[in-house]
Design a binder for this molecule. Sequence first.
Ligand SMILES: [Fe+2]
Ligand SMILES: [Fe+2]
Length: 272
Amino acid sequence: MRILFCGDVVGRAGRKVLLQRLPELRSALRLDAVLVNGENAAGGFGITPALCQEFYAAGADLITTGNHVFDQRELVGYSDRDPRLIRPLNMLPGTPGRGSAQVALPDGRRLLVLQVIGRLFMGSYDDPFRALEGELARYPLGASVQAIVVDLHAEATSEKMALGHLADGRASLVAGTHTHVPTADAQILPGGTAFVTDIGMTGDYDSVIGMSKAIAVQRFRTHVPGPRNTPALGDATLCAMFLETDDATGLARRIAPVRLGGRLPPAWPEEA
Ligand SMILES: [Fe+2]
Ligand SMILES: [Fe+2]
């Protein structure tokens, strides 16, 4: 299976590069499925139902979120009605929405996507290790689903690597989101699971993690709450991971960064 997973889309600049490039990426990389982290799509804070529909129309199959999932209040009711939108599995019981969902390919193959959120520097969530293990136990790789992608929404690189090793051999890809900075450690772990600590954001990198640098710097320098931060509006980089899996085992054959546009050096899979 050939899968593209786009990192956190931040604001208008991130949406623009995603909507412009996704249709051509789908055909150039012969993608079977496209996943997008949309937790910062609406002005940097959450995503709206209308933006979800725009992403689907551009070629996204499933949207993951994160700690910002309910920043736009309309998403509270909507998250139960949209089967292609997920939020972290280990949010507290009673939280609306779902923590995993499947993408059904036209040829019958199925992809399971789930998201867990870390706890280091993140807040009071249930144990992500137990949540991840529980969901992977319900869906043995290669049985009812041919591929499994885990969105690891966490701040600390250590917690992300530990969760990656926990899933090794039981998922196709474990990919970090949330820090908005791409890491250079994309690899296939010994058990056959592809891993990257963070995909990086789809947004303007002349910023502080996608938001206006002037406001962000000012907010760090004093105790006076500054104006509400807004996304940076320059040319954005589309940051994603390309994954190719073996349909028989569900394990990874290849992981490679895809980076297009904006300020970051371009990246493209060899022999795409
Ligand atoms: Fe984010
Ligand atoms: Fe986040």
